[in-house]
Design a protein around this ligand. Structure first.
Ligand code: SAH
Ligand code: SF4
Length: 431
């Protein structure tokens, strides 16, 4: 989401006559778009800002700005502890950036604007995208769910969605610029609603745009996935069969305390429904270990769900206290060593499951969208399957943005290795 927000900021600055540099040392204005989801994200920003302070010492005319969630959350302490920061703008204030930069360059004092808006969706801004295959499309902002561990409802404010028309226009524009894949973004992407239109309606409309070869979306909230969404996914070959389904915990008492609005049983029933309607759909998840009050037995319930579902992959986090949230006030915080040990056990359980899920691809022929050069070799491409698996293979005559058939030869780590299939071999395998 921050990448997508930064593209809007870049678009605004482009329009105001600024140019992007590739080297930090060449920049006269340096903006950091921040995340406040966990303490670690904030620490990263603090250390990055420390390095920028050195640059500013050498050249005091450089302007340094902090944007996004951390700006909203920590405006006062940032200004107090970091005198070299010139401006602080929350996630709903990007529009004011050109004006604020001008004022500061004209010698005015430091600026802060962290006001949240009930309406701002940046509908009329055009993002400056880095060229590539995938275009991010931010369809809604904010969150009204108030999970007790989460800072997002405070930093990003209330839920609001963009109109179908403006999203269609942006999708067409992205296709005209050469993108072939859209990834729809939102804190709860499937809580999308604009007028009568709900998320499945938007997906249906975007899937019909000429030139949209693939659509992905992230992150949906399990409580907002309904049968119609699954039916729409099944009906459109260009909607990827891959769902990120954050579980957070497998224990009902913890889910209730987290205010997640589903039970273990409901989550498992949803997984079963997804697999029934979309048999080839891959599933990934987010898990938090060491939420306040989580007992050993409750942690085991999470492991059991992971064992049962067999996710393709899992993003796992130690619970991080977010000041201002409800869970931060809970008295029964779990000690750091216990969180660390649980995280390790969770990873040990998931790793072989991910490997097995990948190994199941060996020997199959899959369609891959060529996205970029492999990190390991300039003679190889990397691309993804519909189910969001990375596949690496020798380039041969394939080009970026091609859809190619790849025979999977082996799986390693989180990716698959294969070779391009000549049309006759592909035919052979299918026959
Ligand atoms: N809206 C999405 C998640 C967005 S935040 C959803 O509700 O599913 C991304 C992930 O960060 C969350 O799924 C959660 O696992 C993790 N997260 C959020 N707050 C956290 C905290 N305080 N400590 C640890 N992990 C957290
Ligand atoms: Fe945070 Fe997601 Fe819960 Fe919203 S639904 S409060 S973004 S975890």
């Amino acid at each position: 989401m921050n990448v997508a927000d930064s593209e809007w900021v870049a678009g605004l600055l482009d329009k105001s006559g600024y140019r992007r540099t590739q080297r930090l040392e060449d920049a006269k204005i340096i903006l950091i778009n921040t995340c406040a989801i966990r303490e670690k994200a904030e620490e990263t920003v603090h250390s990055r800002l420390g390095r920028l302070a050195e640059l500013k010492q050498k050249d005091p005319s450089i302007l340094i700005g902090v944007l996004g969630c951390m700006a909203k959350n920590l405006a006062d302490s940032l200004l107090e502890s970091k005198p070299y920061v010139d401006l602080v703008l929350g996630p709903d204030s990007y529009r004011r950036l050109p004006e604020i930069i001008r004022q500061r360059q004209a010698g005015q004092g430091r600026s802060v604007d962290t006001q949240l808006s009930r309406f701002e969706v940046y509908d009329d801004l055009f993002p400056t995208r880095q060229s590539g295959v995938n275009a991010w499309l931010s369809i809604m902002r904010g969150c009204d769910k108030f999970c007790t561990f989460c800072v997002v409802p405070f930093t990003r404010g209330r839920e609001r969605s963009r109109s179908v028309e403006s999203l269609l226009a942006e999708a067409e524009d992205a296709i005209d610029q050469g993108f072939v894949e859209l990834t729809l973004l939102g804190q709860n992407v499937n809580s999308y609603r604009h007028g009568e239109a709900r998320f499945p309606d938007l997906l249906t409309a975007l899937a019909a745009v000429e030139g949209v070869r693939r659509i992905r979306y992230t992150s949906p909230h399990p409580s907002d996935i309904d049968r119609r969404l699954l039916d729409v996914m099944a009906a459109h070959p260009n909607i990827c069969k891959s769902i990120h389904l954050p579980l957070q915990s497998g224990a009902d008492r913890i889910l209730r305390r987290m205010n997640r609005t589903y039970t273990q049983g409901e989550y498992l029933a949803l997984v079963a429904r997804i697999r029934e309607v979309l048999p080839d759909c891959s599933l990934s998840t987010d898990i938090i270990v060491g939420f306040p009050g989580e007992t050993e037995g409750e942690f085991l319930a999470t492991l059991e769900v992971m064992e049962q579902v067999k996710f393709d992959s899992a993003f796992t986090f130690k619970y991080s206290v977010r000041p201002g949230t409800k869970a931060a006030e809970y008295q029964d915080q779990v000690p750091e060593e216990v969180k660390q040990a649980r995280l390790k056990r969770l990873l040990e359980l998931q790793k072989p499951i991910s490997l097995r899920r990948n190994r199941a691809y060996v020997g199959r022929i899959v369609e891959v969208l060529v996205e970029k050069e492999s990190k390991k070799s300039d003679r190889q491409w990397a691309g993804r399957t519909d189910s969001n698996k990375w596949v690496v293979f020798d380039k041969e005559s394939a080009r970026i943005k091609d859809f190619v058939d790849v025979h999977i030869d082996s799986s390693y780590g989180v990716a698959l290795k294969g070779h391009l299939v000549a049309p006759s071999e592909a035919y052979h395998a299918v026959a």
